[in-house]
Design a protein around this ligand. Structure first.
Ligand code: KG4
Ligand code: ZN
Length: 347
């Protein structure tokens, strides 16, 4: 396999330690995702210090498991890739330091990957026909952005030079809003999947919350007003320390109305952008894109306008290293290489 591009990628930007080996941007030869959800649940959210320690413990054993599962050796690799921005700075540094050490020890090129570009690459990985120009909706615990992806650095790649941000959130990210709303509704952590489950038994029209997410400026998102609406519905004027005022059906109705408000905002901004720019494709990625209600809603809205959608399977929506390896493959093929001076950035 001398002409193959074989990338080993590491991801440690938040609360998942992940690694993958990908051949030619298509074949997943091995991968692992070590979730830290159980460690953070007791705190009701991600604690950076706890995340860093867990990354340190999981990363190198994870790399060993990649070689064991694939039967490959370091000399079979074309490059070592790692998420170097954006994310929790300490968590990123664990992965970047490890990747630099491995790159040096194995004599293999190093590639830094932007996590957001990774989420978009997951959509291209899942849907090989996706071609620019397209609209990309990235919705995660830290980001809520709509991009216009033009034909960029490596053709199908969503490189920063090829991406124009059309919409972003003025306050909380969508995933963050899911996590906070779940806490207010007594559903626990992580909020996204718990809201989705509770919402299955609820009425999405029980509360009229849709408008709170779409500020008047016509382009961006806002989720802080929705969070306050959930707070008042769940705890009344007593605030977040007040007792839960809703019974099980009430929680389900609030969860369904919350989910509908967020999904409505995301779908309307993304589809409007696709129509405005006359693109034929819409890609979606990030942890919130694992939400079944949102996936169905965006697919239905796009079908009505003849827009094709590219959405990764659920396990490639939440943080993983296959998407980092997929983006790194695009970068590698376009000739990009980083040095051991590769920087790490929270934003
Ligand atoms: O992309 P990701 O794994 O990490 C970041 O880059 O932030 O996204 C994590 C976020 C969390 O806020 C989580 O609650 C949300 O994605 N999430 C969901 C679902 N699964 C994960 N939100 C809504 N519905 C889901 N099923
Ligand atoms: Zn992410």
């Amino acid at each position: 396999m001398p002409d193959d591009t074989v990338i080993l990628a590491l991801e440690s930007s938040c609360d998942e330690t992940a690694g993958a080996i990908l051949r030619n941007g298509r074949d997943v030869l091995a991968q692992f995702v070590a979730s830290q959800i159980d460690l953070h649940r007791v705190y009701g959210g991600v604690v950076p210090e706890v995340a860093c320690r867990a990354h340190m413990e999981c990363l190198l054993p994870g790399v060993d498991s990649l070689f064991a599962a694939s039967g490959l050796k370091p000399e079979d690799l074309s490059a070592v890739a790692v998420t170097n921005r954006p994310g929790l700075i300490g968590a990123l540094l664990v992965g970047v330091s490890a990747a630099k050490g491995l790159s040096l020890a194995w004599g293999k090129p190093l590639l830094g990957v932007d996590h957001i570009e990774g989420h978009i690459a997951a959509a291209a990985f899942a849907e090989p026909e996706l071609t620019p120009p397209y609209i990309a909706l990235v919705v995660s615990g830290g980001h809520t952005n709509v991009y216009l992806v033009r034909d960029g650095d490596s053709g199908r790649g969503a490189g920063r030079d090829a991406m124009e941000c059309l919409s972003s959130t003025l306050d909380d990210a969508a995933g963050e809003a899911f996590d906070k709303a779940a806490k207010l509704l007594g559903l626990g952590f992580p909020g996204g999947p718990r809201i989705e489950k509770a919402a299955r038994n609820g009425n999405p029209d029980a509360y009229a919350w849709k408008k709170t997410c779409l500020p008047q400026d016509g382009a961006n998102f806002s989720f802080s007003g929705l969070k306050t609406a959930v707070l008042y519905a769940a705890r009344g004027r007593a605030g977040r320390k007040g007792a839960l005022l809703l019974d099980e059906q009430g929680v389900a109705d609030a969860a369904a109305s919350f989910q509908e408000a967020v999904a409505n905002a995301l779908v309307s901004r993304a589809v409007d952008a696709a129509l405005r720019h006359g693109v034929r494709w819409l890609a979606m990625g990030g942890g919130v894109a694992a939400n079944g209600y949102l996936r169905a809603k965006i697919a239905a809205a796009c079908a009505g306008h003849g827009i094709r959608v590219a959405i990764p399977p659920m396990n490639l929506c939440t943080d993983n290293a296959v998407m980092i390896a997929a983006r790194a493959t695009q970068l590698y093929k376009s000739g990009a290489r980083d040095s051991l001076d590769l920087e790490t950035a929270a934003r």
